[in-house]
Design a protein around this ligand. Structure first.
Ligand code: WTA
Length: 644
């Protein structure tokens, strides 16, 4: 099979920060003397006390632990703001583009960002937040989201950002898990012309989560919302506090943030990242993977509620003194030209978005793209899920007019930043491949037994050693951290992804091999959706699997067993879909829901998901061995009544 290879364009080769030979040299240096390599890289940051140690870690049970730069001291917000003031006070740090195209964008220079963040930090302090406290942030994509996040970092409070699409129950669970005392929200959010009742959702969440004693409310839309005893308007508080706020000196290993993410079992996990290693990883990967150069506008079109927004809207670009674009709205609203109009309006150099957005745009044809110039675009990035070669080519050929390399970046909430990705000035591209690991990343493919596989092959993707951006623990459950990631293949970090490596050493991520589904680039645990379904009084049992979806990548397919005697109906099916939406949020709404009188179980009562996945995929002729089922006849019924 002839393979498509896109060589490094001549102009990238000529001007690359890191070219092919520099990449090889860096990769070798990071592997042969990681301490020296990382202590040198640590010089990217401004330390109040420089570290003398790099990584100190063990993935083995006996002395399990991960620390980086542990004797160093720094403040993350000062690294993202203050240290740029001497040379870049008047450089725009954040461009904010509103939801509706007829509204004016806002721009904040580094000096203005400094003032806004100091003020927000003083409001947090005046309302009781201090170093080590957990602050939950439930905000739309407005500049205050950036201010609030950086304000936490400035005073050493640990932020836990909850995506604005999550329901009151999902917020409450996240508040309770980390005992947040303070919540920052807004009256309402806006997206694609629709309003999201953020304050009302927080009220419902806080009614249940008793740790919260203060809610700070940003006036975003001016909607009429209830302001109770616990609540304070941000603008009123901001008027009362001093303008300057010193940055709290933090140990490199002091926590920076918690971000909840779905796993294969149980409730979402609070992934904990610390200050020094995380920030270094965000800055290092932002510069390398995007060959970032000062003076260019960087647009990561994610939401700050996800790790991509943390690392590539805020921390990475700001640590590098870049101009980062924050967009409130949707790529295809009011129409499919919008994303490209934003590129033109702000002269975006690098666009970093998700395959699901590209597939949705692709459906609208090329005309909405051609209606715009995109002359400023030099680099394209893709993240969150495997990109199908068709979407890759459309991105490259149509959106990028064939002149912009595509950086397909593989990583996870747990990894803090990009792990496997081409460097635009160093790596020839193959559509659908995340290509090669960044210097310092040691990927391996292993078989079911944990044997390391060599050469061109497929297996499960593990990382053989630590890197600075690695998560440090699951909040409140260090044992779960160890059990989840380090026991499947002892001594290695297991990613949960399957992967192929080709003869050129390129990595091709094939998707999750566990019970996590990736819906529009968002992680969803099947167990979470199942728990939501069984909360409904008419549901006896539920099993959820992923199914192929041409825009979302994967959709959610639910099999539901009702209480004895209940036959279900089209109305109930819709009611259950809405029920999940209310319990978790719109992103968890099942795409297909099938009433199943019985589920395929082994004699010991374990649901055979392999069979459910095949049926959901429509692969009913290859169900494999069903003879070990307690009641093989249930399979015939499931096949006969497939949803869809
Ligand atoms: C998937 C998002 C293929 C993968 C940054 C991973 C990808 C999960 C890619 C993490 C990519 C992310 N190619 N798959 N370029 N990027 N994934 O934690 O399955 O929301 O394990 O982090 O997304 O999702 P998370």
């Amino acid at each position: 099979m002839a393979e498509d290879v896109y060589p490094v364009p001549a102009e990238w080769q000529a001007e690359a920060g890191v070219d092919a030979s520099a990449y090889e040299a860096m990769y070798k240096a990071a592997r042969s003397d990681p301490d020296a390599f990382w202590l040198e890289q640590a010089g990217r940051l401004h330390w109040t006390k420089a570290p003398t140690k790099a990584g100190e870690w063990s993935f083995d049970e006996a002395n399990f632990g991960i620390r980086w730069f542990a004797d160093g001291t720094l403040n993350v917000a000062a690294n993202c703001i203050d240290r740029h003031l001497a040379e870049r006070a008047d450089t725009v740090a954040i461009i904010w583009e509103p939801d509706a195209p007829d509204e004016e964008p806002k721009r904040f220079t580094y000096a203005q960002l400094h003032a806004e963040v100091c003020r927000f930090a003083n409001v947090l302090k005046a309302n009781g937040a201090k170093k080590g406290d957990r602050v939950t942030i439930y905000l739309p994509m407005i500049p205050e989201a950036a201010f609030a996040i950086l304000a936490c970092a400035r005073i050493g409070a640990i932020h836990s950002v909850v995506f604005g699409g999550f329901s009151p129950d999902a917020i409450a669970g996240r508040i309770e898990d980390c005992d947040s005392t303070l919540v920052v929200t807004a009256d309402e959010g806006r997206r694609g012309g629709k309003r999201v009742p953020l304050k009302a959702n927080v009220d419902a969440a806080v009614a249940r989560a008793s740790s919260v004693n203060r809610v700070i409310v940003v006036k975003a839309t001016g909607a009429d919302v209830a302001i109770g005893e616990r609540d304070r308007w941000y603008h009123e508080e901001a008027a009362k506090v001093a303008a300057d706020c010193p940055a709290e000196p933090m140990n490199a290993e002091d926590p920076l943030f918690i971000l909840y993410t779905s796993g294969s079992t149980g409730k979402p996990k609070g992934v904990l990242h610390t200050s020094g290693g995380y920030l270094l990883w965000a800055a290092y990967t932002h510069e390398l993977a995007f060959d970032y150069k000062p003076g260019t506008v960087f647009w990561c079109a994610a939401d700050v509620g996800w790790v991509t927004g943390h690392s590539y809207i805020l921390y990475g670009p700001l640590a590098n003194g870049a101009t980062t674009l924050m967009y409130e709205g949707l790529p295809n609203w009011p129409d499919a030209s919008r994303i490209w109009q934003v590129v033109d309006r702000h002269q975006v150099h690098t666009l970093f978005t998700a395959p699901t957005a590209l597939r949705a745009l692709m459906k609208e044809g090329d005309a909405p793209v051609h209606a715009t110039s995109r002359a400023s675009l030099k680099l394209l990035g893709s993240v969150g899920e495997p990109i199908n070669p068709e979407a890759w080519r459309w991105y490259h050929d149509v959106a990028g007019d064939g002149r912009c390399p595509v950086v397909d970046a593989w990583w996870q909430t747990e990894t803090g930043g990009i792990m496997i990705a081409p460097l635009p000035g160093a790596t020839a591209l193959k559509p659908g491949s995340a290509t090669r690991p960044l210097p310092g990343v040691l990927p391996q493919l292993v078989d079911e037994k944990g044997e390391v596989l060599h050469g061109a092959t497929s297996g499960n993707l593990v990382i053989a050693g630590s890197w600075p951006g690695q998560m440090r623990t699951v909040w409140g459950d260090h044992e779960r951290f160890f059990q989840t990631y380090f026991t499947t293949y002892p001594g290695k970090y297991f990613t949960g992804d399957g992967c192929r490596r080709d003869e050129d050493g390129y990595y091709w991520i094939t998707g999750r091999v566990d019970d996590v589904i990736n819906v529009s680039g968002h992680r969803m645990g099947t167990a979470e959706v199942e728990s939501a379904l069984v909360l409904h009084p008419r549901v006896a049992e539920a099993a959820v699997v992923g199914m192929p979806h041409d825009v979302k990548g994967q959709g959610i397919y639910a099999y539901v067993t009702l209480n004895a005697g209940d036959e279900g109906s089209a109305e109930l099916r819709e009611e259950l879909r809405q029920h999940v939406r209310r319990e978790i949020g719109p992103i968890a709404t099942p795409d297909a829901l099938q009433f199943a009188p019985g589920l395929p179980k082994t004699r010991s009562g374990k649901i055979m998901r392999r069979i459910l996945r095949k049926i959901a995929e429509g692969e009913v002729s290859s169900l494999g061995d069903t003879s070990t089922l307690a009641d093989p006849a249930v399979v015939d019924d499931l096949v006969a009544n497939r949803a869809g």
